[in-house]
Design a protein around this ligand. Structure first.
Ligand code: ARG
Length: 468
């Protein structure tokens, strides 16, 4: 029954070839923009009433039909046909089926070019908030674990070598800070993207829809785009969205990589909950951190999406070109991926058991308290360059004698350098080491508690934005 409307054709002598139609047709996933297109069509119908193209009753009839169509699409009783070239064609066809020629009046004063730009922008602005909400779930999980592990000692690493003791909360919150910035990037992107492409029509501006300020406000934008050519021809807001999602995926991948290491037998820092781990088909003993690995792997897709959009944009002349429809391919892939990854990561973090004894034991392995010796010497007037040398010699002494720094006797200390006295010994505990790092942003438990408070406050305000 569905013929599939074609929105053009009178000037053509022959019908489009099957190959042309196949290439031109939107992938099925692009039809997800129907709700945004319908909402914008209602705003456009009201604009056409203002312009005198539709009578007020005609406008009402169209708006009601659009709402009914939206409900039917949501219920799955109306679906795009293979002959519908894209979401705009599909919805016009469905509207004409319901309203006859009145449905055809809606096309006045607009183009698929401004519709396509507008639909995706509306969708991205909604999804930016959903993504933020998903990240905030992960933030909640990280904050809960950090709150529970403010006193948990852990080895801090640089270059994946034991460096200095930290609190495990501090290590967890390092990731949370990155996610807080990712959400901030979304809010910042959203502010810049709050310009409506409607009224741009094909490229030069509409000769009929002359008050795009009104439709812009109706659709939640701040204002129309400043320039109609830019409105239909630019996608830097999509590229920027893809940068933010790619950055987020890279930040997720870095946490995933750590959890992958932490849950290994060699580290033994955390035990993953059974519900968030997988087994092996051949090795019955295996428990794998698949969520972490899949998250790390999927980051490749999001990075590719940003690359795809930038490459598609590079060298595009003038205003709208069909190349621009790649915007949806990249954006939907990024969004769909994050919608899978974020809840899994949040659940994995929320449910993992932290092995506090293993962490505490490892916190001093690899002479991580050596900096305490050098700091102590320097506080006692020894130039740090010399303090560094003396401490290096002390570590070598410990290695040769198979002892730890905090096990040294006053005599052994003095044998390396007379300036090393028993007074250094109280500093050589991981508790003392973390407590000493008490400046703003340091790992001292008191500072970490403040960090947790500030991050909670920030998350609360970000949550409000995500819910708006
Ligand atoms: N279907 C296109 C898209 O998905 C929009 C259509 C614009 N096409 C055109 N021939 N002006 O972005």
């Amino acid at each position: 029954m569905t013929q599939g409307t074609q929105l053009w054709g009178a000037r053509f002598r022959s019908a489009p070839s099957p190959a042309m139609k196949r290439l031109s047709r939107s992938p099925n996933s692009y039809f997800r923009l129907a709700p945004q297109d319908l909402r914008s069509s209602a705003a456009h119908a009201r604009e056409l009433v203002r312009a005198g193209i539709l009578t007020a009753p005609e406008g009402d009839e169209i708006v009601a039909a659009l709402a009914a169509l939206g409900a039917d699409i949501a219920a799955g009783t109306v679906q795009p046909a293979p002959q519908d070239e894209d979401v705009h064609t599909f919805l016009e066809r469905a509207l004409v089926e319901r309203l006859g020629t009145l449905g055809g009046k809606l096309r006045a004063g607009r183009s698929r070019n401004d519709q396509a730009a507008n639909d995706l922008k509306l969708y991205l602005r909604e999804k930016a908030r959903d993504i933020a909400a998903g990240v905030l779930e992960l933030q909640d999980a990280l904050l809960a674990q950090a709150t529970a592990h403010q006193q948990t000692l852990a080895p801090g690493f640089t270059h994946l070598q034991p460096a200095q003791p930290v609190t495990f909360a501090h290590q967890l919150l390092a990731h949370a800070q990155a996610y807080a910035r990712d959400i901030d990037r979304l809010t910042d992107w959203d502010r810049r993207s709050a310009r409506s492409p409607l009224g741009a029509a094909a490229l030069a501006g509409s000769a009929i829809a002359l008050s795009p300020e009104i439709s812009a406000r109706e659709l939640g934008y701040d204002a129309p785009c400043e320039n109609s050519i830019d409105a239909v021809g630019s996608r830097d807001h999509v590229a920027e969205f893809l940068f933010v999602t790619a950055m987020l995926s890279v930040d997720l991948s870095r946490l995933a990589e750590e959890i992958f290491l932490w849950s290994s037998r060699q580290f033994g820092w955390v035990e993953l909950d059974d519900a968030y781990a997988t087994g092996s088909s051949i090795m019955p003993q295996k428990k794998n951190a698949d969520i972490a690995e899949l998250t790390r792997g999927r980051a490749a897709r999001l990075i590719s999406g940003l690359n795809l959009m930038l490459v598609a944009l590079k060298g595009l002349p003038f205003a709208y070109n069909r190349d621009l429809s790649e915007d949806k391919f990249a954006a939907f892939e990024a969004i769909d991926t994050l919608e899978l990854v974020l809840p899994a990561m949040a659940g994995m973090v929320a449910t993992m058991t932290v092995r506090t004894e293993a962490l505490a034991r490892q916190s001093t392995e690899g002479f991580t308290l050596a900096t305490e010796v050098a700091d102590w010497l320097s506080r006692n007037g020894v130039p740090f360059s010399e303090a560094h040398e003396i401490t290096g010699a002390l570590v070598r002494y410990c290695e040769e004698h198979g002892v730890g720094l905090s096990d040294l006797s006053p005599e052994q200390l003095a044998s390396v350098d007379p300036r090393l006295t028993a007074d250094v010994l109280p500093h050589l505990t991981p508790e003392a080491a973390v407590a000493a790092r008490s400046g703003y942003g340091g790992t001292a438990p008191a500072r970490v508690a403040e960090q947790i408070d500030r991050l909670r406050t920030l998350c609360d305000s970000q949550r409000q934005w995500a819910a708006a």
